[in-house]
Design a protein around this ligand. Sequence first.
Ligand SMILES: NC(=O)c1ccc[n+]([C@@H]2O[C@H](COP(=O)([O-])OP(=O)(O)OC[C@H]3O[C@@H](n4cnc5c(N)ncnc54)[C@H](OP(=O)(O)O)[C@@H]3O)[C@@H](O)[C@H]2O)c1
Length: 277
Amino acid sequence: MIMSDLNPNTTLTLNDGNLIPQIGFGVFEITDKNLCEKSVKVALDEGYRHIDTAIVYNNEEFVGNAIKNSSVDRSEIFITTKYFPDNVDKARKELQISLDKLKTDYIDLFLVHWPVGDYLKTWESFQDLQKEGLCKSIGVSNFTIKRFEKDFFAKFNRSPAVNQIELHLFNQERELGEYCSNKGIILEAYSPLARAQKFSNHILKSIAKSVEKSPAQVMIRYLLQKGIVVIPKSKKPKRIKENIQVFDFNLDDEIIKRLDALNEGYISLGWTPPDFY
Ligand SMILES: NC(=O)c1ccc[n+]([C@@H]2O[C@H](COP(=O)([O-])OP(=O)(O)OC[C@H]3O[C@@H](n4cnc5c(N)ncnc54)[C@H](OP(=O)(O)O)[C@@H]3O)[C@@H](O)[C@H]2O)c1
């Protein structure tokens, strides 16, 4: 899918009927209270309406403070948090703590952070929590085709709303993307800037120059045009702003083809659990 008619408020429809803003602000590794509160404030001021946090990021409380102190109504902000499964199912208890920290009575999207521990049992709890309205949508993160086929769909019929994975120009995950699309699962791109490790690629640089944008803006726009949810992170106000200024230009078919060719399976985060498959 190539989308060109995009704006900061563009949403995608999840398989449960809820809407997810296509651009979001990630807060991984922003653990300092003041910096996190300030970064989320800048993001909201600049027009982001989707914040992506996780229990293990240790900043839900700061995200909650920033949202509470903001002039933007809670109902206009899409909040994602993630639960890291354990061998004991604590999803309900952990969600309640997240709700308190985020100062809200519902999460828009609750994700199984990694397929570890007793995550299938966790998914059963997630379904209950969704029915009770404590989270509007439920999804997964870091799921491979093998994981879906061997475990998840052997037990459950209904697809998760999203699969949040490392996805960017240099790791395009086309096969998994097609699989998710066929299953009605929206793809969310984490580390969409390849964690700033690929900005010096000369093809990316020359395309960025030709459209008078930064390499970061081209990386974000490429994913938006592919119909993918994108959640770049920055702790610098100038970059937070830059990363949402991606709606005043378009990448044409020829440029998209050249960017498609940059796919090389490059992984920037480089962490996986021991029994990952
Ligand atoms: N589900 C998961 O397992 C998972 C894993 C990883 C990430 N995530 C989510 O995805 C979000 C984004 O991923 P990420 O934080 O790993 O990486 P990212 O967004 O790809 O890149 C962040 C890096 O790029 C730099 N940066 C940001 N904007 C820039 C710009 N315009 N120009 C130059 N440098 C720029 C940042 O530095 P400064 O901060 O100094 O600007 C930081 O070093 C996370 O915050 C988190 O919400 C999820």
